[in-house]
Design a protein around this ligand. Structure first.
Ligand code: KG4
Ligand code: ZN
Length: 363
């Protein structure tokens, strides 16, 4: 049994966590603290990387001290420090990763560099502390990423598809901005649709579905369609009911595309377990749609509770303990990597083979 300190500063959340890893591979989160910078960035309509980094500098030592106090942690009991090294905003990653390396050096403890997306991918199993159920398909939907992953074993990840332009969360945020909703747009857009009793069928906004069972996403067409619509219909921003209708229709378009491609990925791989993670996985409509579709398709759906879908350090500590339990070396990087990929892509040949298999099964 040993204790791992997790540190996450890849974007606009400063987060620290303490996890206890047991010899049988189980992992228990002792404490998880998140300091959100929403109030700092809200008036600016988006994240300013330098301001975010400086807020991490201020917040991180305070959070670590608070975590230490809450858990009565003695430095001598600590086994290792796990920090996010990418992907994310370079100045922000540098703060957390350098803090971790410096602390490790001072305490004589190992420091591990973790991939932020691996944290999200495994986060549905965080609440139970149990081992992820391989093989599974993972949908990661956040402000910076929209990815479909085929996970076959610990650390064995294949990229099935992803967005070719905006991430799903980015689409929510940009469209919310067009609708004069505050940052971050996703939760505000959902609230506007829900509280304003928006009609999801009011507008048939486009959903990009490239032909041939392709598992990529595209959300920039939707954003452009909404922009043109609002230019012609400015009252759809100012009139509460009409704005709620636009919000509900946009949400339906994004949820529709995510759900359809994700279930297609399960069918193509023949995998029966689906992990859904990242900030957009907080969206109630997405959760409802995936629950219904997975039930119908006989796919077991694993989703973290909403508070563990957005960025946190518990998922980083958990990913570290999982890697260690699986006998994988947790690479200590000398530097951050702002565009660190989680997985390599699938070869065109394999994609075609999978599609043929699904077609044959359906015929
Ligand atoms: O995973 P996350 O906290 O940070 C990144 O790694 O990007 O995700 C943040 C994203 C933002 O784009 C935010 O608008 C979106 O998640 N989000 C939502 C909801 N809650 C957060 N999008 C739609 N509906 C929500 N309820
Ligand atoms: Zn994230």
């Amino acid at each position: 049994m040993h204790l791992i300190l997790g540190i996450e500063t890849s974007c606009d959340e400063t987060a620290v966590a303490l996890a206890r890893a047991h010899a049988d591979g189980k992992c228990e989160v002792v404490a998880s603290l998140v300091s959100s910078q929403t109030r700092l960035h809200e008036p600016l309509g988006g994240i300013v990387p330098d301001l975010a980094a400086r807020a991490h500098v201020r917040n991180l030592p305070v959070l670590v001290a608070e975590l230490k106090k809450q858990t009565q942690l003695e430095w001598s009991d600590l086994g290792a420090i796990a920090a996010t090294a990418g992907p994310g905003l370079a100045p922000c990653l540098l703060i957390g990763h350098t803090f971790a390396r410096t602390l490790g050096l001072a305490l004589g403890k190992p420091v591990w560099s973790l991939n932020h997306l691996e944290g999200h991918l495994l986060s549905p199993w965080l609440a139970t502390g149990g081992a992820p159920e391989y093989p599974f398909v993972g949908l990661i939907v956040s402000g910076g990423h929209t990815l479909l992953i085929h996970a076959t074993a610990p650390g064995e990840y294949e990229r099935l598809g992803g967005t070719v332009d905006d991430a799903a969360g980015e689409a929510f945020d940009k469209i919310a901005r067009l609708l004069d909703l505050p940052y971050p747009g996703g939760p505000h857009l959902e609230r506007c649709a829900h509280e304003g009793k928006g009609d999801a069928a009011a507008h048939a906004f486009p959903q990009a579905f490239p032909a041939g069972g392709d598992l990529n996403f595209s959300f920039s067409g939707l954003k452009t369609a909404v922009r043109y619509f609002l230019e012609k219909n400015p009252e759809a921003v100012t009139d509460a009911k009409r704005r709620a209708d636009v919000c509900a229709s946009v949400q339906a378009a994004i949820v529709g595309a995510l759900t359809r491609k994700t279930l297609e990925a399960c069918a193509q791989t023949g995998v029966r377990v689906l992990s859904v993670s990242g900030g957009v996985a907080c969206n109630s409509e997405l959760r409802r749609a995936l629950e219904a579709k997975c039930r119908k398709a006989g796919v077991a759906l694993r989703m973290a509770p909403a508070e563990l879908c957005t960025d946190n350090a518990a998922m980083i500590a958990f990913a570290a303990t999982h890697r260690q339990a699986a006998g994988l070396a947790v690479q200590a990087r000398a530097d951050i990597n702002p565009s660190w990929p989680l997985a390599a892509g699938t070869s065109a040949n394999r994609v075609a083979m999978r599609r043929d298999r699904v077609k044959q099964k359906r015929a």
